[in-house]
Design a protein around this ligand. Structure first.
Ligand code: PMP
Length: 443
């Protein structure tokens, strides 16, 4: 099939410049391991695990087989007032992987749904405790929590919000961003900053709203969608302490950092901080079937269950038709087993160092490179924007890389590589060499 055989009249692509796409389509027709096949018959290396999803690489037989078996056994069953065996098994596995007493899993189908679910849990939890006045949410500048109204409201990427005007949650504030320009170059370690990024939370934001009105603070442990910005050493621990001091719930959005990206089960493990809720999606099923969820601490579940309402009364009026879908849960079980069997999280940690080393040796000194950050199995190169057209340089580099056979991820004027955990040194070399060529070509 060539470009001209594609009828592109009906499919409106998400988060895509559609007008330009029609001139230069990028269409996948197959995938195996680290590579895609495109509809014009090329091999393209997947440098971003598709969208931070495909931890174990593409087309993994144990996952595919589990899905097929599940389809033949129980294809679907209602999620309300009943459930299925796979959902219980998947929840048990996920809870066992989560740190501390993060033991109760609410399933949904995406990271956006996880964000909105966690915000609603926070409101309902406080209300159940007789603190219904707690309805302020605090996110962080450049945070990304999906595209639902809740997640968009607490999110802090201006482009994702500005065309929707004021149709957002009413009582939301944002902490300042965590990037210290003195730490433009971070090589496989946590940045150390002289800046105290949480002073503003303590001195301005909390007094402004009165901390007793704040329901939850939501952050990504590492700001992924913004371009792999790392929290300064000690930041998340101190955020945890501030939340504890004021009875505020702490939500980690681990849609990207969860399930191995940091070389640990979760970013919470990497940073040694247990949130009150942990949102996940993406890599939980290797990206093969949509799934998301929120893992809640025991105290949240126990509070919600402590009610004298009659037995037939639902404790939490929330859920999705496809919450805990048996096929998605079977995919999750097989994926998590595969991660464990092949020790892919330690491998992600190991290959992350190789990726970080390659970034720093290949890109330092190239034209327009103003920052390089690596930690976990992800690395970012930040480029000086073209005056007047922010985002264009990274997007042009992304296009050029694709023409040269590599899928990378543009984020503003940052380009990110975050491959599957099965990545080999030769793949890293291919990705980094391609990206270096493209950076030079777009100087
Ligand atoms: N939260 C984070 C941290 C994410 O990175 C993403 C997706 N990139 C989401 C939420 C939204 O997930 P989804 O696209 O599955 O709704």
């Amino acid at each position: 099939m060539g470009f001209n055989d594609l009828n592109m009249d009906s499919h409106w692509l998400p988060f895509t410049p559609n007008r330009h796409f029609r001139k230069e389509p990028r269409v996948f027709t197959g995938a195996d391991g680290m590579f895609f096949t495109t509809h014009d018959g090329r091999q393209v290396i997947d440098g971003i695990s598709s969208l931070w999803c495909v931890g174990a690489g593409h087309n993994r037989k144990p996952i595919n087989e589990a899905i097929k078996k599940q389809l033949d056994t129980l294809d679907y069953a209602t999620a309300f007032q009943a459930s299925n065996d796979q959902a219980f098994k998947a929840a048990e596995m996920i809870a066992a992987m989560a740190p501390g007493d993060l033991n109760k899993v609410l399933f949904c189908n995406s990271g956006s749904e996880a964000a909105d679910t966690s915000l609603k849990v926070a409101l309902a939890y406080h209300r159940a405790r007789g603190e219904g006045h707690r309805n302020v949410f605090i996110g962080r500048e450049k945070g990304y929590h999906g595209v639902g109204f809740g997640g968009m409201s607490v999110g802090g990427i201006p482009a994702n919000r500005k065309v929707y005007g004021t149709a957002l949650l009413p009582r939301v504030d944002h902490m300042r961003f965590i990037h210290d320009p003195a730490n433009a170059f971070i090589h496989n370690e946590e940045p150390v900053s002289q800046e105290d990024y949480l002073l503003e939370l303590e001195n301005r934001i909390l007094p402004l709203h009165d901390p007793s009105n704040v329901a939850a603070i939501i952050v990504e442990p590492v700001a992924g969608s913004a371009g792999w910005y790392l929290p300064p050493k000690g930041y998340l621990k101190r955020l945890r302490e501030i939340c504890d001091k004021h009875g505020i719930l702490l939500i980690f959005d681990e849609v990207i950092t969860g399930f191995g990206r940091m070389g640990t089960n979760f970013g919470a493990d990497f940073y040694g901080v247990v949130p009150d809720m942990l949102n996940f999606a993406k890599a939980v099923t290797n990206g093969v079937i949509p799934m998301g969820g929120v893992i809640c601490r025991d105290k949240i579940y126990d509070t919600m269950m402590k009610t004298d309402a009659p037995q037939h009364v639902i404790e939490f009026f929330h859920g999705y038709t496809y919450s805990g879908h048996p096929v998605a849960c079977a995919a999750a079980i097989a994926t998590l087993e595969l991660y464990r069997k092949e020790a892919l999280f330690p491998r992600a940690a190991e290959m992350g160092k190789v990726l970080g080393d390659a970034f720093h040796s290949a890109f330092k000194g190239l034209p327009n490179v103003v920052g390089i950050r690596s930690l976990g199995l992800a690395a970012a190169v930040e480029l000086a924007p073209i005056a007047g057209t922010p985002g264009k340089r990274a997007y042009d580099i992304y296009l050029d890389c694709f023409r040269k056979g590599a899928l990378v991820r543009p984020a503003g004027d940052v380009v990110v590589i975050a491959p599957s955990y099965i990545v080999e040194k030769q793949h890293i070399d291919q990705l980094v060499n391609t990206l270096a060529d493209s950076i030079r070509a777009n100087a």
